[in-house]
Design a protein around this ligand. Sequence first.
Ligand code: COA
Length: 194
Amino acid sequence: MIPFEVGPGLHLELVEERHEEELFKLVDRNRGHLRPWMNWVDEKADQHDTGRFIYNSIGQHSAGEGFQTVIRFEGNLVGVLGHQGWNKTNRRAEIGYWLGRRAQGRGIMTACVRAHVDHLLGIGGLNRLEIRCAVGNRRSRAVAERLGFTLEGVAREAEWMHDHFVDHAVYAMLVSEWAALPADVRRQKWQPRE
Ligand SMILES: CC(C)(COP(=O)(O)OP(=O)(O)OC[C@H]1O[C@@H](n2cnc3c(N)ncnc32)[C@H](O)[C@@H]1OP(=O)(O)O)[C@@H](O)C(=O)NCCC(=O)NCCS
C-alpha cells in the first residue's frame, strides 16, 4: 500500500528516519493548533523526541502491529495518520491522525483515512477499526461520520488532556459494513475542488 497516491499531489508515506526534521518542524509550527486535542504535544520538545517517535514507529511496523504514515500534499509534509492498539487476536485497531492547521478544510484527512480503512479492512485482515476523539472535537468527529463510522457511545474521562480529563466519542467500522459499501465509495480518490 505504501507509498500510496490518495489523489493528485496527495500521498501517504511510511514514516522513516528521513522525515525527522520536516516532521519536527511541522509539529513545532502547530503546537497551538494541536495542543487542545493532542496530549503528547508538550512532550515533543525537540527533534530527538520526533526521532524517538519514528524509531518506535519503525519497530511497530516490523512487529506487524500496524504502521504510521506521513501525509504529503503538494510536496510538503502536512500531517500524520497511523494505528495504535493493534490486537491480532481480536483483529481490531484504532486509527489516530492530525493535520497542520494550514492543511485543514481540503478533505485531505477524510480521503487519507478512507484509504487506510480500505487497506486495513481489506488485505490488512482486520475486523474492526475504531476512531476515538474528544467529544468536543467537531472536526475529528466529522471525519469518522463522513466515512460512515457508527457512534457506539461515550467513554467517560477516557483521556488526560494536560490538566483535565476528556470524554471520548467512540466510533467504529466493521469489515462487514465496509464491504457492503459500493467499491467506488470505498476506493474514492481525493480530488481538488474547483
Ligand atoms: C481532525 C482533523 C484532521 C480534521 O481536519 P479537516 O480538515 O477538518 O478534515 P478533512 O481534511 O477531511 O477536510 C474536511 C473539510 O474539507 C472540505 N473540503 C474542501 N475541499 C475538499 C475536497 N476537495 N474534497 C473533500 N472535502 C473538501 C470539506 O467540505 C470539509 O469542510 P467542513 O469542515 O467545512 O465540512 C484536523 O482538524 C486536526 O488535525 N485537528 C487537530 C488534531 C486533532 O484533533 N486530531 C484528531 C484527534 S482525535
